[in-house]
Design a protein around this ligand. Sequence first.
Ligand SMILES: CC(C)(COP(=O)(O)OP(=O)(O)OC[C@H]1O[C@@H](n2cnc3c(N)ncnc32)[C@H](O)[C@@H]1OP(=O)(O)O)[C@@H](O)C(=O)NCCC(=O)NCCS
Length: 200
Amino acid sequence: MTMLQSRPWSPPPVVRPESEPPAPERTDIRPGSAQDLEAMTTFLSGLSAETLYKRFLTGLGQVMPPGLPRQLLVPGATGGSLLAVRGAAVIGHAMWAPVPTADDPSGASTVEIALVVADDHQGQGLGSRLVDALVDDVSGHGFAHVHAVVSAENHVVRRMITRRVSDARYGRDGALITVTADARSLAPRRSWPRGASTAR
Ligand SMILES: CC(C)(COP(=O)(O)OP(=O)(O)OC[C@H]1O[C@@H](n2cnc3c(N)ncnc32)[C@H](O)[C@@H]1OP(=O)(O)O)[C@@H](O)C(=O)NCCC(=O)NCCS
């Protein structure tokens, strides 16, 4: 006669797949340089006509102007650039460079800023991260004024400005708006003013 021995029950071993699925790649923001030329060229080539127009305020045509990627990465002797990178790919770019204006013809005290995010990555908070990093970068360089030129119908970027600048001065030139602010008034994103329109 065979005796069945009662043994304490233990759960079956958990079988794990050979390798876990990769975590989604994270997006880093870092300074751009001439080393990023190839990735920057690929990034610019992939932008839609609408995004290119909003960024450069003109049609760029079928062929990318030679030298544009380099100029955006290294904007002059005193300017700077930031890249949003995921893996080896550039998915966003921001830059600042001194610029002459009517109030400051020498361009010694005014810095122009601009940014662009890849179409597939827009509306996910990346532009906000880039602009906050840009504000940090610029504030260390002692410029008195910050200046941006945007399309009047670009409500996304106008909203971004309103939320970070308390003393913006606006000028209108046809379809374009120039926004100038005291560099010291730049701050991290503010809450949307109570009662203001949130139409985008
Ligand atoms: C402007 C731009 C850089 C913003 O980057 P983004 O990653 O899309 O922006 P975010 O997701 O960080 O959103 C920024 C704000 O706009 C709002 N927003 C973003 N996309 C929006 C959309 N399609 N409709 C309405 N609101 C939108 C966000 O809710 C956020 O508002 P909040 O600050 O109140 O939270 C990007 O849309 C872009 O590259 N546009 C084309 C180039 C351009 O216009 N450059 C600016 C001129 S230099």
